[in-house]
Design a protein around this ligand. Structure first.
Ligand SMILES: [Zn+2]
Length: 141
C-alpha cells in the first residue's frame, strides 16, 4: 500500500494492485478511463484484468487480495467478486474526495455483502488513510 500511495501522490491516478498470499505484487493498475476511451478502465479493474491475464485464469486462486488507494466503486467491487479474490484493502474513502463526485455511491462493504452468495470477499477499510486522505483536497479544488 505504501508503494501505491506513493504512486498516487506522484503520478496522479488512483492505483490498485493484486497481491498473492506471499505478499508478491502480481499486477498494478492505474485508472486509464480517458487514455483508453474505456469507462470501465478503473485502477482496480485494470489490476484484476492484468492479474488474470498473467495467471491465465478467469478466476483468481485463493490467497489473492486487491489493494486500492481509494474505496472501490460498485463496478470495481463487483469485479472483485467475479474475480474470486479473497479480500480487499483500501485506503482513502469518499469523506476525503473534495468536490469530486462520489464514485462509491454504493459502499464497497454493501456490494460485498450483497454479492456474498456469489463469492465472499473480506474487507479492510481505511488502511493507511492518514497517508492519502489529503490528496484530493490538495489536488482538486
Ligand atoms: Zn471503480
Amino acid at each position: 500500500m505504501t508503494e501505491l500511495i506513493q504512486k498516487q501522490w506522484t503520478k496522479h491516478s488512483i492505483f490498485a494492485a493484486v497481491i498473492n498470499e506471499k505478499a508478491e505484487i502480481i499486477s498494478i493498475g492505474k485508472t486509464t478511463v480517458t487514455e483508453a476511451n474505456d469507462p470501465t478502465a478503473h485502477a482496480e479493474v485494470n489490476a484484476i484484468r492484468q492479474a488474470c491475464q498473467f495467471l491465465e485464469t478467469d478466476r483468481l486462486p485463493s490467497g489473492y487480495w486487491l489493494y486500492s488507494t481509494f474505496e472501490p466503486c460498485p463496478l470495481c467491487s463487483a469485479a472483485a467478486i467475479w474475480s474470486g479474490i479473497d479480500g480487499i484493502v483500501y485506503a482513502n474513502d469518499p469523506r476525503f474526495k473534495g468536490e469530486l463526485p462520489d464514485w462509491s455511491f454504493i459502499k464497497c462493504r454493501t456490494m460485498l455483502e450483497q454479492g456474498a452468495a456469489i463469492h465472499q470477499v473480506e474487507l479492510i477499510e481505511n488502511f493507511m488513510l492518514d497517508e492519502i486522505k489529503d490528496y484530493f483536497i490538495r489536488h482538486i479544488k
